[in-house]
Design a protein around this ligand. Structure first.
Ligand code: RP5
Length: 160
């Protein structure tokens, strides 16, 4: 049963968003990773949200570029947490996607992360932390990974 859904607006987003899936793998979190577009396939997007909610998905992660409405379109269809990753896909340097993702009307929030791969990684961590509220074993796995990151900083500091 998937706990998280990762939606991308286009196949062209895949290499940017793959790190999100890699972190969910590392934390042993089950997920669905697929493509759907707020504009090109609005019916598929709505159907996926309904089906995946029924299947038990707890958190939706949505990544899109340009006039990035995917996260907002998903937020319109569910009250489960929706995390948005704006993707740089235009000469506006991602500002278009960032503003489209973050500026949601009150009552329909999208927890918006940073642009591109940094946002992809943190969407996975934040989804994991949401799930860990009711999963002590997952909370321990997250803490173990944090300890590794802390140890890495200290190890790197000693190399200077
Ligand atoms: C958005 O438009 C996608 O999320 C992608 O970031 C951007 C460009 O899509 P393609 O034209 O490469 O399919 O819908």
């Amino acid at each position: 049963m998937p706990q998280v859904a990762i939606f991308m607006g286009s196949k062209s987003d895949e290499s940017t968003i793959r790190p999100c899936a890699d972190i969910l793998d590392k934390l042993d979190i089950s997920y669905v990773f697929t493509i759907t577009s707020a504009h090109r396939t609005p019916e598929r997007t709505a159907t996926l949200v309904a089906e995946l909610e029924r299947d038990g998905v707890q958190v939706f992660i949505c990544a899109a570029g340009l006039a990035a409405h995917l996260a907002g379109a998903v937020a319109a269809k569910t009250i489960r947490p929706v995390l948005g990753i704006p993707v740089t896909a235009s000469s506006l340097g991602g500002m278009d996607a960032l503003l489209a993702t973050v500026q949601m009307p009150p009552g329909f929030p999208v927890g918006t992360l940073a642009l591109d791969k940094v946002g992809a990684r943190n969407a996975a961590w934040l989804a994991a932390q949401i799930l860990a509220l009711h999963d002590p074993a997952l909370a321990r796995r997250i803490m173990d990974e944090r300890q590794k990151m802390i140890a890495q900083v200290e190890e790197d500091a000693h190399t200077l």
